[in-house]
Design a binder for this molecule. Structure first.
Ligand code: HEC
Length: 124
């Protein structure tokens, strides 16, 4: 390992800090900032929450429990009407934090789903 000058060490530390900060920021918000609760709709937000966290198992295109990781075939979240019909079940599992099975949905996305219900589950 070559000796680093003091400036080089400082640059390394600054780079590491910048990386850590970037990771923190991306871990909180995902791609978009958390939407203003009163504006939440299915088309603008909820469908993306579903595709980010649920469709790897609860997708109508996945036929057979093995391919769906055992997700019940009666629960598909591809469309507005399906998510509308299952909203209470989805909300219950999101707030319990056990769906997806390992948990891990960011609080912003959970909040977005709850706001959608509060808003009367609008499509647009
Ligand atoms: C890795 C696969 C996987 C992912 C991803 C996943 N689920 Fe599930 N889901 C399951 C399995 C397996 C079950 C059945 C066991 C259970 O109910 O805990 C299930 C059951 C459910 C049920 C209960 C259905 C019933 O019959 O009452 C709901 C509601 C649900 N999931 C919602 C969600 C939501 C909302 C998401 C996304 C935030 C999600 N799941 C993501 C695998 C998954």
């Amino acid at each position: 390992m070559p000796q680093l000058s003091k400036t080089q060490r400082h640059r390394l530390v600054a780079l590491a800090l910048a990386l850590a900060l970037a990771l923190l920021v991306s871990a909180c918000g995902g791609d978009e900032p958390c939407p203003e609760p009163s504006t939440v709709s299915y088309r603008a937000h909820v469908q993306f929450v579903m595709s980010r966290h649920c469709l790897s198992c609860h997708d109508v295109a996945l036929k057979g429990l093995g391919v769906r990781n055992q997700a019940p075939e009666s629960h598909n979240y591809n469309t507005y009407s399906e998510v509308f019909a299952r909203a209470d079940d989805i909300q219950r599992r999101l707030s319990a934090g056990d769906m997806p099975p390992g948990g891990g949905v960011p609080s912003c996305d959970k909040q977005t789903f709850a706001s959608w219900i509060t808003n009367g589950k609008p499509e647009r």
